[in-house]
Design a protein. Structure first.
Length: 64
């Protein structure tokens, strides 16, 4: 990763550290499989959710 890209992601990487250490927990409003992307987008655009909308992407190594 380039230094510039690392700087762009810096805040996100800090947040991931907090999550990994269980210091903060993101509030998940809904989770959708990638095949349900349209429903996820509708839920996001409706702006009735409180928290994050998560898109689950299957990883070939994990799916086995």
């Amino acid at each position: 990763m380039s230094a510039g890209r690392a700087a762009e992601c810096g805040g996100d990487l800090v947040d991931i550290g907090y999550i990994e250490r269980d210091e903060i927990r993101p509030w998940v409003a809904a989770a959708f499989d990638l095949a349900q992307l349209r429903e996820a987008q509708r839920a996001f655009l409706d702006k009735q959710h409180v928290g994050r909308i998560v898109i689950r992407v299957a990883h070939p190594e994990i799916a086995r």
